[in-house]
Ligand binder design. Structure first.
Ligand SMILES: Nc1ncnc2c1ncn2[C@@H]1O[C@H](COP(=O)(O)OP(=O)(O)O)[C@@H](O)[C@H]1O
Ligand SMILES: O=C(O)C1=C[C@@H](OP(=O)(O)O)[C@@H](O)[C@H](O)C1
Length: 302
């Protein structure tokens, strides 16, 4: 009979709940009585218990389903634990409100290799901070009637593009409350740092394998620095990015703060950085900016 009752126990659709009690340990117990003709009454109960807080984004919840006959002790039908993600939206909102006062309108410049998520994460940051978002590549393209970065490279060369990129960063540096996604190579020109230093720079540090996978998935068409190598999209992207990172690693490290996807994955218990959502990365970005602002203020006072 236990088995029969257990089979009918589909927790999410447990409509016939008779009792739900909140226990002092923050656990919740659901229970329901079952009676079949001429058979003793059975009480099934499920105990949901938050166990450990892995981080401020995940907690482990244990679930134990037990079954008891009137005068017999409870026997456990099923037990296990699962990770329960917290809703990211309120965390993003809370974190952004916390740092906004200390940001005092300063802009955020996202730096990092192509494909590191500067645009994707930057848009989330701008939304939660109530800032405007700009992509420096797009602004250069706008100055050329929408010609793509790849076309500008082809027609005028990389040096010309870099001049235009600097002009765009100079213009942006005159404005408050912006989140700017910079081109992957912007960090290579010292003059660009002069402009970015008016705000806070944040390096999105993504392992090369993940970058190459992302770029190969969308194709290398829009990224002219990846056009010349031979091989399949993943291999040529990976090889070229390795060389670029060797040349630029130190320049990225000049940023005020760093968001390392490997560190977030370890913190959240993911084996692969590819499992990290843009919102999770944005939360870490806000935490790193918070850390920088605290340091900047001399001590960990607020
Ligand atoms: N956390 C993420 N997980 C999976 N794919 C992502 C993530 N962040 C960005 N991407 C994808 O990677 C590609 C490059 O992202 P993008 O934000 O344009 O990078 P960047 O602006 O640094 O070049 C896009 O196709 C985007 O959808
Ligand atoms: O790494 C680079 O030198 C470049 C990155 C690109 O921007 P994203 O980082 O936005 O892809 C773009 O500026 C151009 O193709 C050059």
């Amino acid at each position: 009979m236990e088995t029969k009752v257990a089979q009918s126990l589909l927790l999410p659709s447990w409509n016939g709940l008779e009792k739900m009690t909140k226990e002092p340990s923050c656990s919740v117990r659901f229970s329901r009585k079952f009676r079949e003709q001429d058979k003793p009454q059975v009480l099934i109960s499920a105990l949901l218990q938050p166990k450990t807080r892995i981080s401020n984004r995940y907690r482990t919840v244990s679930l134990e389903v037990s079954c008891s006959y009137k005068n017999f002790p409870a026997s456990i039908l099923e037990s296990g634990s699962f990770q329960d993600p917290f809703d990211e939206a309120p965390i993003l909102k809370k974190k952004s409100q916390e740092i906004k006062t200390y940001l005092n309108g300063r802009c955020i410049y996202l730096v990092g290799m192509m494909g590191s998520g500067k645009t994707t994460v930057g848009k989330i940051l701008s939304q939660v901070l109530g800032y405007s978002f700009f992509d420096s590549d797009t602004l250069v393209e706008d100055d050329f009637d929408g010609a793509s970065v790849a076309e500008i490279f082809k027609l005028y060369g990389e040096g010309f593009f870099r001049e235009k990129e600097t002009a765009v960063l100079q213009k942006l540096s005159l404005r408050p409350q912006l989140v700017v996604s910079t081109g992957g190579g912007a960090v290579t020109r010292p003059i660009n740092w002069k402009y970015m230093q008016k705000g806070i720079s944040l390096w999105l540090d993504v392992p090369l394998e993940a970058l190459a996978r992302r770029i190969a998935a969308v194709g290398t068409g829009s990224r002219p620095l990846l056009h010349h190598d031979a091989g399949d999209a993943y291999t040529k992207t990976f090889t070229r990015l390795s060389t670029l990172l060797e040349e630029r690693g130190e320049a990225y490290a000049n940023a005020n703060a760093r968001v390392a996807l490997k560190d977030i994955a370890t913190k959240l218990g993911h084996r692969d950085v590819c499992n990290l959502t843009p919102a999770e990365i944005a939360i870490e970005a806000l935490e790193q900016i918070d850390g920088f602002l605290k340091k900047e203020n001399g001590h960990f006072a607020f």
